[in-house]
Structure formats: C-alpha cells, structure tokens
Ligand binder design. Structure first.
Ligand code: SF4
Length: 249
C-alpha cells in the first residue's frame, strides 16, 4: 500500500468494496463498538432524532464557531450554557479570525485530498479548529483542536485517537508540517484539556494502522451484532434492534 506522499497505483486507490463507501472517525468508533450499529446508521439509514445532549453540544459548537470567526463580540445565548465561558473565550481569543473552522477534508484510499462529495472520497475528517502557528513562518507546526461538551471521564483515549485521525488526514494537505499540536478542549470542565505534540513520522505510523481499520470497515458485508450491556445501553438503535442485549436475556 502506498500513501499519497509516494506514487500510488490504481490498486492502492481500491476501497474495501463493502456497502459503506466512506468512513469518519465516528463511523469507525461505532463499528468497533458493534458493527450492526453501522448497518443501522449507514447502510439502512435509520434516522434517530438528536437527544438533548447532542442538541446542546451543537448549540455550543455553533456559538464557539461564531466567536472564532469574529461574527459576534460576545458569544450568543448558546455559550451562556457554558459554566466557565470566560475562561474558554480567553483561551480561544488568540485564534479569532486566524483559525480555519470546521474544514471539510475528504481523502481517497491513498490519503490524497479529495472533495467532500467526490466519488473517490473514502474518508471524511472535520476537525473543529485548525491553524498554523502564526509565529512560525515556515509553517512547520499545525494545531488541531476539537471541542467537547459533557464529561471527559473515560473518553480521553478515544478523543485523542480521533485527533490522530485528523492529523493523519492533514499529512497530505500540509506537506511542510513537521509537528502536530493536538488538543481536545473539554468546554464544560474549566481548564481541562488533553494536549499532545506528535511529529510527522509518528503520525505516518499511526496512519498505516488506522488505514487497516478503515479498510476493514469498508470491506465489511455482514455487520454482525456484538451486544453487551456496555454498548447496547448507549445505543441509539436499541429500541429497534432484535439483538439488543436486554432482549436476549
Ligand atoms: S442495540 Fe446493541 S446489538 Fe443492537 S446495534 Fe445497538 S449495540 Fe449493536
């Protein structure tokens, strides 16, 4: 397998051949929890209305985005729901007007950039905030931030893996970048963040591993259920799933 930074053959561009043509980190996370979830969501397209926590998270993200784009001086009503709003606004202030907000990165199976809806797009990555270090004219450091609402407890490993997928997706878009500065900011928890600096070589190694996992997802045709109390109790499809854990007991 050759990635975008080396000459790629047509075979390299082959995707998995299963019914899921494109994946994102959340698709992979669901697939690893229970493949049948992905069958409901992506193959059958079973719609689930957003719950209160999701709607609040969307409102807070929108408020932060408007603030960072310079569209509002003080955040609108959405950010009044954040207990430590002043702390986070001060932390965000250096990025106002400079950050790229929610870029939509499509990539093919060699991790070369594509348009979001291009036929060959295999992976979708959409970080909340991306910015080159303004003090580094060579553009050798890239900051990637994701904002999270809710509690961080027990989710840090998953969240950092998500940031690593974004860094892997940035490799071909930012060839001069040598260091990735990755941050998960837990907006509901004052001064709580997950921070990691990682060099380009380490991101390339990670990309090789996550590539195999993305290929397994896009090759899957059976989508077996893997019920357990831990995954089914938090599953959006438990009311419609015949394999849901509580129904088999
Ligand atoms: S309810 Fe359980 S078995 Fe069914 S899709 Fe969800 S996680 Fe999988």
């Amino acid at each position: 397998m050759k990635f975008a930074d080396a000459p790629a053959s047509p075979a390299d561009r082959m995707t998995g051949g299963g019914p899921v043509k494109r994946w994102s980190f959340s698709t992979l996370d669901n697939f690893e929890a229970c493949p049948k979830r992905v069958w409901f969501r992506t193959v059958q397209r079973v719609k689930v209305p957003p719950n209160d926590a999701m709607m609040r998270g969307n409102r807070v993200h929108d408020g932060l985005e408007k603030y960072l784009r310079g569209q509002v001086d003080f955040p609108d009503a959405a950010l009044s729901e954040v207990a430590h709003v002043q702390f986070w606004l001060e932390r965000l202030a250096p990025w106002r007007g400079l950050a790229i907000m929610e870029p939509r990165w499509g990539l093919d199976a060699t991790w070369a950039p594509t348009g979001w809806w291009d036929d060959e797009t295999w992976l979708w990555a959409k970080p909340d905030l991306v910015g080159l270090d303004i003090h580094d004219p060579a553009g050798s450091e890239l900051t990637i931030v994701d904002f999270k609402t809710g509690k961080s407890y027990g989710k840090q490993l998953k969240h950092m893996r998500q940031l690593l997928v974004y860094a892997a997706a940035a490799l071909s878009r930012y060839p001069s970048v040598q260091t990735f500065s990755l941050h998960v900011w837990y907006i509901d928890e004052k001064d709580d963040s997950l921070d990691r600096q990682i060099d380009r070589g380490a991101v390339q190694s990670f990309r090789a591993r996550i590539h195999a996992q993305g290929m397994a997802l896009t090759s899957e045709t059976e989508f077996p259920a893997t019920p357990s109390p831990r995954v089914c109790n938090w599953c959006d499809y438990r009311d419609v799933c015949d394999d849901a854990w509580r129904k088999t007991k």
